[in-house]
Design a protein around this ligand. Structure first.
Ligand code: S3P
Length: 748
């Protein structure tokens, strides 16, 4: 908010900086270079520092004390206290004695609680003109010779205003930091000190302590000679200014002691594990830490690429004239990726998964199992290794499990969690929080589970542990693989049989994969049955490419003259090939080759060449087999000759968006006659025009309209495509590789 409120040009008359250390002198030189203040005044007790600062053009004017300039300062002037933390109170006393209350005062100390307490004591209350601040920037170098005008660019500055801080002073300080390229955030004083104790203060003390330990060893010269990259990386910050860090240690005592205590507990446990040879403990800690560090590295990478930690909205812009030719391997199957993590976690032993989809949805599942204590290595280029804990080895998560955008995660997990001995809560993003969960809550309750939804049957789901689940037969009222899988997974915890019958065949990855893990599931006449209490044995899983992602390129080739695309290693499970059946019926030229079975799932290469399409009445029995592919099939229908109708597909209204409405609106915006009905749509083929499309945060809507760009008369802009990453992380690269003219627009 501050970043927005304060983008007018800063108007500081005199900027007075007390203390020309790294931060003070860098701020001075940046403000001077960028013309953010009329005059930049530096105050230091040392004349040599002042001379150097003048000589190097860091300041305009030098003073040896605040007193020397205080009488000239008035509204529009600002004093920045840039001295070590424990010296700030002495400077505040001078400010109190010498400055009028119109002058803005701020500081840059790394601890805020001690500074705010000092100001309150000195002034009798927190003065409205004082804005406590802390730039999260710096280096192990110190002093005026280290001044760097770019030091604050893309770094955060935390301001900790209190109730009495006056807005005009807050705004002036925020503008100064924004002016030097920083991102301004604000938070309560206590929160700042706790966060900094953990993220900055603790690492410094660990580095000081490690170097000191090594330096006091007898043969230290030898040790340092052999100390390599790890030592250098870990200890860089031990070269920091000792006065500054002594002050921080004393000023933020309480928060630092509590983080040190937890670090010491961890150290002790690590020592114990090494002593007793506890391999599992060591693997758990190292894997968790490594993955957290990789995640953090990605955040940083993102930050330097985009200049900000805040996620930006992206639009796709597709221009006409593209083509659809080439050989593509799309990412791994989402449904199978989810299940590989779930069953791998519940198995005994180590499951290796290759081809895992590194999309946000399957990563949400992966994270949930890590949160329940499962050690999972990766993903590393699609390879994941899961150290299974057995059916009864999951641990209670310490916080609600966040499922993001993923319906499959929440619905399948609800079944599996209904059988655990602990309570837990499942939450999701805005889209998931509006989706129906009664369809899983109801059968689970009939089995004896205690499960609560929010009003309206939506997430969050609260599941009570330690319930006895009863043998159960469920006749599913809707054809849903998620509901079937949910009930079967709960059935693993039932003493006796659980069976599910479906009104129409739905994807059977759960049944196939359970068999792959050595757990018998009997499927007969549309009824899947298993007995609880067995054991899953770890296995290897090779996840085929996702036919739901391949579908975008199948339609791309089907609608674009002179096209020829081959999609490699695609899962062609009979419960998933509705898109092939429907496109073929519309006249598409599709051939399958290299058919094989991998880990219990049929796989093939799919070739599709351009052929004129005609409109059809889509057979209702194909609906569950193509349930995720309809958005892009509607694009095929818009490019076909004649009318295409879909019925019996009301499910589409409760996917990541209401896909019937989202697609009808988008097609209408492009000039196509598309009439939504309660359970489907009627589309009259025609010429796609240009226009802006609202994706409703739905990945498949965004990708479908990107493909439409191949046949549109002008540019198509698809708004808000961030969620494409839930199922197809490198969609843009794949689309470009076959010849789409597609660009990413970052929305400020
Ligand atoms: C899925 C089942 C389908 C599908 C979803 C994934 C699965 O949902 O739409 O993308 O992995 O089981 P329904 O079971 O709700 O039809």
């Amino acid at each position: 908010m501050l970043n927005k409120a304060a983008n007018s040009k800063p108007a500081i008359n005199r900027l007075v900086i007390i203390g020309l250390g790294l931060i003070g002198s860098s701020l001075a030189v940046a403000a001077r270079e960028l013309g953010l203040a009329g005059t930049v005044v530096g105050i230091s007790r040392r004349s040599s520092t002042l001379e150097l600062a003048l000589e190097r053009g860091i300041i305009d004017q030098a003073c040896d004390s605040l007193k020397a300039i205080a009488n000239d300062l008035d509204a529009g002037d600002m004093v920045v206290i840039g001295v070590p933390t424990l010296t700030v109170p002495a400077m505040l006393i001078e400010c109190h004695e010498l400055l009028s209350d119109c002058v803005t005062i701020t500081d840059v100390a790394s601890v805020k609680g001690s500074v705010v307490t000092a100001a309150t004591n000195i002034y009798g209350r927190m003065p409205g003109q004082f804005v406590p601040g802390h730039p999260i920037a710096g280096s192990e170098r110190s002093g005026v010779t280290a001044a760097d005008s770019k030091l604050f660019e893309h770094h955060k500055v935390i301001l900790t205003p209190t109730e009495t801080t006056e807005f005009k002073h807050l705004e002036a300080v925020a503008n100064l930091w924004i002016g030097v390229g920083a991102k301004v955030a604000s938070m309560p004083v206590e929160e700042h000190d706790e966060i900094l104790a953990a993220t900055s203060h603790l690492p410094h003390f660990l580095a000081y302590s490690l170097v000191d330990t090594l330096a006091s060893m007898e043969d230290k010269r030898e040790i340092f000679r052999y100390a390599a990259g790890g030592f250098r990386d870990f200890t860089r910050i031990a070269a920091s200014d000792p006065v500054m860090w002594r002050d921080i240690a004393l000023a933020n005592r309480a928060s630092i002691l509590s983080t040190l205590d937890s670090a010491m507990d961890n150290f002790k446990a690590l020592r114990g594990a090494i002593d007793s040879g506890d391999e599992q403990y060591l693997m758990d800690v190292f894997t968790r830490a490594r993955d957290a560090r990789i995640h953090f590295g990605k955040l940083l990478e993102n930050k330097s690429r985009q200049g900000s930690m805040t996620e930006k909205v992206i639009n796709y812009q597709i221009s006409p004239g593209g083509h659809a030719r080439g050989v593509v391997r799309v990412p791994g199957d989402k449904s199978i990726s989810h299940r590989s993590i779930m069953l791998g976690s519940l198995a005994i032993g180590m499951t290796e998964v290759t081809g895992f989809l590194e999309g946000e949805d399957s990563l949400a599942t992966l994270q949930a199992f890590r949160d329940m204590g499962v050690t999972i290595e990766g993903p590393d280029e699609g390879r994941v290794v899961i150290h299974g804990v057995g059916l009864y080895g999951l641990k209670a998560p310490t916080k609600p499990l966040y499922m993001g955008n993923s319906g499959t995660s929440i619905r399948l997990l609800s079944g599996l969690l209904a059988g655990q001995a602990f309570d837990c809560e499942l939450t999701g993003d805005a889209s998931l929080s509006g989706r129906p969960m009664g369809r899983v809550a109801k059968p689970l309750a009939l089995m004896g589970a205690k499960i609560e939804t929010a009003e309206g049957g939506t997430p969050p789901l609260k599941i009570k542990g330690s319930q006895t689940l009863m043998p159960f037969h469920y006749e599913m009222p809707i054809a849903s693989a998620q509901v079937k899988s949910c009930v079967l997974l709960a059935g693993l915890y039932v003493e006796g049989k659980t069976s599910v019958s479906e009104p129409a065949p739905t994807r059977d990855h759960t049944e196939r994969m359970l068999n792959g893990f050595g757990y018998e599931v009997d499927v007969d006449n549309g009824i899947a049955t298993l007995s609880g209490g067995g054991e899953l044995r770890a296995t290897r899983i090779d996840v085929p490419a996702d036919i739901s992602s391949a579908a975008f390129f199948m339609v791309a080739a089907a609608i674009t003259p002179d096209s020829d695309i081959t999609l490699l290693h695609v899962g062609v499970n009979p419960t998933r090939i509705g898109v092939i059946n429907i496109l073929r019926q519309m006249g598409a030229k599709i051939s399958l080759s290299n058919k094989r079975e991998i880990g219990g799932e049929p796989v093939a290469d799919i070739r599709i060449e351009y052929a004129e399409l005609k409109g059809i009445a889509i057979p209702e029995d194909q609906v569950p087999l193509a349930i995720d592919e309809f958005p892009v099939l509607f694009i095929a229908a818009a490019c076909a000759e004649g009318v295409t109708t879909l019925t019996g597909a009301e499910e589409l209204r409760v996917k990541e968006s209401d896909r019937i409405q989202s697609m009808a609106d988008g097609l209408n915006a492009l000039g196509i006659d598309a009439q939504p009905t309660a359970d489907g749509i009627r589309i009259v083929g025609g010429q796609l025009g240009s226009g802006r499309i609202v994706s409703h945060h739905d990945h498949r809507i965004a990708m479908a309209f990107s493909i439409a760009g191949l046949r549109a008369a002008g540019d198509i802009i698809v708004e808000d495509c961030n969620n494409v990453a839930t199922s197809f992380p490198h969609f843009i690269a794949a689309a470009e590789s076959v010849g789409l003219n597609i660009n990413v627009e970052i929305v400020e």
